[in-house]
Design a protein around this ligand. Structure first.
Ligand code: AMP
Length: 191
């Protein structure tokens, strides 16, 4: 049956924000691997920061090895620290701002896997652009163990103080499984 979701029609590339840590919980690294594979399985291109380390590296490698398209955006000064994943196309840039700008421009939606300060920074900036009506792209926070629950509690805290409009929740999705994530994006598994 044809999928009539409007987002599905526009959904070609998904930007993945996620941690660069190699020493995080194995479950998070495994989630990144499964998510990369799932992107490839749905014919969606993965856009990301370009590194070979942590969840970033796991996700990109899995997507690439499953036959998916991947685009990495790597700032030159981070090349050694985050180790550019050379097997996939990547663009080298000079600044973090350029990296984020290209990741934004090249993507139709954003998925945030577990990550640290860098992941938060990228996700929050994307949300802030949506808050300013600079785009209408969806941001999905995906974790299988409620990793992102404290962040949603914080956002709700700002809503309750009338600092963020309640309607802003339309822009942000909380997904507890890969399948829920793709359903939110309008790209459920084909059966
Ligand atoms: P982390 O979650 O701290 O492991 O960082 C995840 C990724 O976000 C890493 O590739 C960082 O280089 C990247 N990152 C951190 N800060 C920024 C920023 N201001 N702009 C773009 N990417 C960033």
């Amino acid at each position: 049956m044809a999928d009539s979701s409007p987002l599905r029609d526009q959904l070609r590339s998904v930007c993945v924000y996620c941690g660069s840590s190699e020493t995080t919980k194995p479950d998070y690294l495994d989630l990144a691997t499964r998510f990369g594979r799932a992107l490839a399985g749905r014919g969606l291109r993965m856009v990301y920061g370009g590194g070979a380390v942590g969840l970033m590296g796991r996700c990109a490698r899995a997507a690439h090895e499953a036959g998916g398209d991947v685009l990495g955006i790597m700032p030159r000064f981070l090349e050694r620290r985050e180790i550019t994943y050379e097997a996939v196309p990547h663009r080298m840039v000079d600044t973090m701002h350029e990296r984020k700008h290209i990741m934004f421009e090249e993507s139709d939606a954003f998925v945030v896997l577990p990550g640290g300060i860098g992941t938060l920074e990228e996700a929050v900036e994307t949300l802030s652009w949506r808050r300013l009506d600079l785009h209408k792209k969806l941001v999905v926070f995906l974790s299988e163990d409620d990793f992102w629950a404290p962040f949603f509690a914080l956002m709700q805290h700002t809503v309750e103080a009338n600092l963020t409009p309640a309607s802003f929740s339309d822009a942000v999705v909380y997904a507890r499984s890969i399948e829920d994530c793709f359903t939110a994006l309008g790209a459920p598994a084909r059966v």
